[in-house]
Write a protein that binds this ligand. Structure first.
Ligand code: NDP
Length: 327
């Protein structure tokens, strides 16, 4: 999948194209590179950033994925190893800095999980909730884009800790999933609510201790006056702003002062040292069925552009994955 036309504003399928090439990618001995076969690709909101700022017109777009090593010119990897990390939206890739890839050691769970639950979005949920949000048992937690890759996991972590958890999402199907599959205490469809302040007051009559913000914009503005004294706002993402040429203003920031609220952003790559600790916690929970996970699967690279574009309008139900090959 190549970057065909420069993106301004929102990503459209026409910005991307599918090209066939017979170029043979080789990782020569001692080159430090690995040649891989891509199996699963992640449709992350981050892809938009990568496309706008790292992709070269006419070349395959970069992104996170799960891959099998075919040839290795790097001492840490050998043929047959499974890895997740930054690769390309193509059948075969040459990864020139494989040190940033994680080797996959546990294969008793679906491999595609390493694009989400057990990959970058999983560490995001873990670090953002446990390290940044300072959550305590019994606190009230609100999560936006709650049915997505990060949100569904943050909600389940918060429930396991003993919090009261509410999520917002953009369809009835997602709201039902939040309540009936992921165990949220309550959920609402923000697209159907005229008055976000009123719905937040209904869900949190005594206020919000932790807001895990995935969307920014109008939702953040509505949350600010509903925060409790010494609440925390964890700025994980602002997807409502990514496609705007001019970001919206936030008007209710005065509440940070009045309520002594701590608002803190974070970037997952600063927290990758926690990956082993995260796996140690989450793998048993998956095996015991205490954490459930939902994916939205698109088959084949040719369906990749539509799947990626869909993430920015909420067409995905769960983590959007593109299957390149199952073997
Ligand atoms: P998701 O799987 O949640 O997919 C994105 C979802 O965002 C969509 O399904 C849609 O759900 C919602 N959405 C899309 N456009 C809008 C909009 N205009 N307003 C409100 N909601 C919208 O993605 P992830 O879980 O992977 O990512 C969630 C957030 O976390 C993103 O903001 C992302 O950038 C951020 N992130 C941050 C990281 C960090 O290091 N800080 C690392 C990884 C992700 P709906 O139907 O509910 O509208």
């Amino acid at each position: 999948v190549i970057y065909r036309e420069p993106v301004r504003g929102s990503l459209k399928e026409t910005h991307l194209g599918v090209r066939t090439s017979s170029e043979r990618l080789k990782a020569d001995e001692d080159s430090g590179a690995i040649a891989v076969k891509n199996l699963y690709l992640a449709c992350d909101p981050y892809n938009l950033n990568l496309i706008k700022f790292s992709a070269q017109l006419g070349s395959p777009i970069p992104g996170y994925g799960v891959a099998r090593v075919l040839e290795s010119g790097h001492p840490n990897f050998k043929k047959g190893d499974l890895v997740w990390g930054m690769t390309g939206w193509e059948e075969y890739s040459l990864i020139t800095a494989p040190e940033s890839c994680f080797k996959i050691e546990h294969t008793d769970v679906p491999l595609s999980y390493y694009t989400g639950l057990l990959g970058m979005p999983g560490v995001t949920a873990y670090a953002g909730f446990f390290e940044v949000s300072s959550p305590k048992k019994g606190e009230t937690v609100f999560i936006s884009a709650a049915a997505g890759a990060v949100g569904q996991l943050v909600g389940q972590f918060a429930k396991l800790l003993g919090c009261y958890v509410v999520g917002s999402a953009g369809s009835k199907e997602k709201v039902d999933l939040l309540k009936n599959k992921f165990g949220f205490d309550d959920a609402f469809n923000y697209k159907e609510e005229q008055d976000l302040d009123a719905v937040l007051k209904r869900c949190f009559p005594e206020g919000i201790d932790v807001y895990f913000d995935n969307v920014g914009g109008k939702m953040l503005d509505a949350v600010l006056p509903n925060m409790k004294l010494r609440g925390r706002i964890t700025v994980c993402g602002m997807i409502s702003q990514y496609s705007l040429e001019q970001p919206e203003g936030v008007h209710n920031l005065m509440n940070l002062l009045l309520k002594r609220v701590r608002m803190e952003g974070f970037v997952v790559s600063d927290h990758y040292h926690l990956y082993p600790k995260f796996l140690e916690m989450v793998l048993p929970l998956i095996r015991e069925g205490k954490i459930v996970y939902m994916e939205d699967i698109a088959e084949g690279l040719k369906n990749g552009p539509a799947a990626l574009v869909g993430v920015f309008s909420g067409r995905n139900v769960g983590k959007q994955v593109v299957v390149v090959s199952r073997e």
